[in-house]
Structure formats: structure tokens, C-alpha cells
Design a protein around this ligand. Sequence first.
Ligand code: CP
Ligand code: NVA
Length: 323
Amino acid sequence: MSSSHPYLQGVWGGGGLYKKKDLLTLQDYSADEIWEILKITREIRDKPEDFREVLSGKSVLLLFQKPSTRTKISFEVAISQLGGFPIPLGWNESQLGRGETIPDTARVFSRYVECVVARVYSHRDLEEMARHADIPIVNALSNLYHPCQIIADLFTIWEHFSCLENLKLAYVGDGNNVCNSLLIGCSKMGIDMSVACPDKFRPVEHVVELALKNAGESGSKIEILDDPYEAVEGADIIYTDVFVSMGYEEERKERLKVFLPKYRVTMNLLERASENVVFMHCLPAHRGEEVTDEVIDSEKSIVWVQAENRLHTSKAILTYILR
Ligand code: CP
Ligand code: NVA
């Protein structure tokens, strides 16, 4: 891609035009900004050859404190296909694992690479990293949010329904990081969202407040319910995620007792939604727990396209942020 491309104007060599843009939560992005990333995604997916030099001469650190398949691979491939150099590094492979502080580490990596994509246990660690880094930090999942996943989800929904208006997404299960980011993303983009979860595993109250405020501005409707059947009524999308997220393994027994069988997505539940309902899951799925094989392998399931879109959106996020 030549530097005359509109996405790159004023990026490099522009003399002081560069401004650090983190992606810790979609709450920091306007609906227009999210739309722009979605449009870049479509362009990159359809004409990847036009974007081969976006990261030419640039290095991006992939710093992971937890396991990952989709996020790590998609970003690594994305960086390579954009002409950049990915540096995958496990948290404990670095001196962070031996106690070097996050601020000191951030001061150092800011002098080597152009961007850091980081997956962490604590969202506060990510905020601290972003405060002390001179380069953009991208949240590759924290205990609180998973914004990169939700950008891919919004793109998948847009592609499938050809719009983001007049849609209802029902999220059934744990009010976790993915649910929190869906609440922020849907409320910003005008998608109605009903969450069905046990009282003990509701999404974070502060996030619900933010979503309600966003919904007031976008005109969407947000509700937190207990009953999955009530939540999926009229839903165009049914979304679920694991009942035991990374870092919560010790609660597994207690959680399964609360979630099962009520919050498992079954064909019976799908039949109560809109006729054209689709099933989404960020993956990895724990088949037989939050979703049956029958649902995830059905024609209603769009999880594989959703997973593919992680690659296109990873490219778009970096293109957008590194301008
Ligand atoms: N959906 C997602 O983020 O998957 P990974 O944990 O495999 O990256
Ligand atoms: N909620 C899950 C998402 C995995 C992509 C977790 O945090 O483990």
C-alpha cells in the first residue's frame, strides 16, 4: 500500500501527526470510529494485496500471559501479511515473570516496537502498561474486556445481516469479559442486547451502567435477565461463551452447578428465537457445557466465519491504530 492511501495519510513522516491510540475497551471508541474499523476490515478482506506494506519496517510485540489460539495466531499472521514483524513473547518468558515492573517494561519496549498486543489476567495491569508506554497498547483479552473479539463479532453480524440496525442479540451464560465487551459494543452500535445469566454471575455493574448510557444515545435497548427463554425471544443472534473463563478454573465445580443445565444453548432455545436466528460463540467452546454439538454444528451456527473474521479485524485494528 502506498503512503498516499487515505488510511495512511499523516501516519509516518508527517512530522508530529502521530498520536498514541490504545484499544483497552470499546468504550473509548465512538460509533463512527468503530464503523471505520469495520469498513477497513471489509476493504482488507476483499483486497489484501492493497495492504501489504501497512506495517512495513514496523515491529509489534505480542505479549501473552494466558493461552490463546485465535487471537495470537490471527495477530501474528495479520502483522506478517501487513508487512510487519511480529514478536510473540510469553509473559513468563520475559523478565515480567521474574518481577520486573510493568512501568519499567513499558518504558523499555516503547523503544523497540511500534505497538503491543497484550493478553493479561488483570485489566489494571493493562491500564498501567498503557499509562507508561509511548506506543499503542491493544487489549488481546483481560479479565474485564475482549474488544478485539467484539470488533470481529460486529463485523460478522454486519456481513450476515447487511446492517447493524434493528437487531437483537441475546447473550446466554456467564457475564464475563466477552459479555462486558458485547454490552459496550452493541450499545454503541445500536444493537439491542438481552443478557440471561444467574444472579451471581451478572456482568460488572459499572459496565452495565456504561452500556445503558450508550444505549440512551444510540437508541438501543439493554436488559439483564435471569431466564434464557425470555432473553432469546425475538433474538436475531444467540451468543454464548464458556462458563469457566481463564483464571477462574478453581470455581469450575461451583459454576457448572449454577449454570447447568439452565444456561446451555440447545436447539430448543434456538427455536424460541427469531426464525432467522444465528448462533455465535467467540470460541474455544466447551461442547456439551454452554452449547450442544447439535447447535454449534448446525446451519444456524456462524462460528467459523466469526473465527475467520478475527484475522481480517486484527489487520484492520492495527491499520487503524497505527495511522
Ligand atoms: N476467541 C479468542 O479470543 O480465542 P483465543 O483464546 O483462542 O485467542
Ligand atoms: N471468556 C473467555 C474467553 C476466551 C476467548 C476467557 O476469558 O477465558
